[in-house]
Design a protein around this ligand. Structure first.
Ligand SMILES: [Zn+2]
Length: 214
């Protein structure tokens, strides 16, 4: 089963993908992780990515597709995969269509207020960067990291007004991609409007869409 997860940053797609992966027995592939792995292993493609990022540029569609293709050719992807963070543009989506037949594209349509609340309650450890949430993933002692005792703080880009701008920017960028998949008839939309819903609710909805019973 080949799945693409779409959603703005903070929509929870990474969380859902990582929970779905063991349930479906297919790997969760995040573009960010592949980039980091290739850079760490100093592969040919990794070196190219590193140079691009060092120059402050975006990794091109061509290079991204090459790296994804290499990853999808690995044996653990034989039964399928869940892609997270790719494709980002219709051009990348076309590139993906040339190498794989995607079964489902799942778009997490999360109410902006829910994402802003999720992001603006996020607190990060200054030392080890572990992320907590003052609403539903609290540290044992307020303001102190459970793991290393470091000080917890709110990152500037997690502040509500900055988060809102970023979400709107993300939504604008996502639109052509949603149109692309909608026109192909494989786009499934999951609406999330409640801050307090546990992830299981959405994980189960996705399982239902892809036709897997718990
Ligand atoms: Zn820490």
């Amino acid at each position: 089963m080949k799945i693409v997860m779409l959603g703005v940053k903070g929509s929870g797609k990474g969380t859902y993908a990582s929970r779905l992966s063991p349930l479906l027995g297919i790997p969760h592939i995040s573009t960010g992780d592949i980039f980091r792995e290739n850079i760490a292993k100093k592969t040919e493609l990794g070196k190219m990515v590193e140079e691009t990022l060092k120059a402050g540029k975006f990794v091109s569609d061509e290079l991204t597709i090459k790296i994804i293709k290499e990853r999808l050719d690995e044996p653990d992807c034989e039964k399928g995969f869940i892609l997270d963070g790719f494709p980002r543009t219709p051009k990348q989506a076309e590139g993906l269509d040339k190498i794989e037949n995607i079964d489902f594209v799942i778009f997490l349509d999360v109410l902006e207020d829910v994402i802003v609340r999720r992001i603006s309650t996020r607190i990060t450890c200054k030392k080890c960067k572990t992320i907590y949430n003052s609403a539903n993933l609290k540290p044992k002692k307020e303001g102190v990291c459970d793991k290393c005792g470091g000080e917890l703080y709110q990152r500037d880009d997690d502040k509500p007004e900055i988060a809102r701008k970023r979400i709107e920017e993300d939504e604008k960028n996502l639109k052509p991609l949603l149109d692309y998949y909608r026109s192909k008839g494989i786009l499934k939309v999951i609406k999330c409007a409640n801050f307090d819903d546990p992830p299981e609710i959405y994980v189960n909805k996705i399982l239902e869409i892809v036709g897997v019973k718990k």
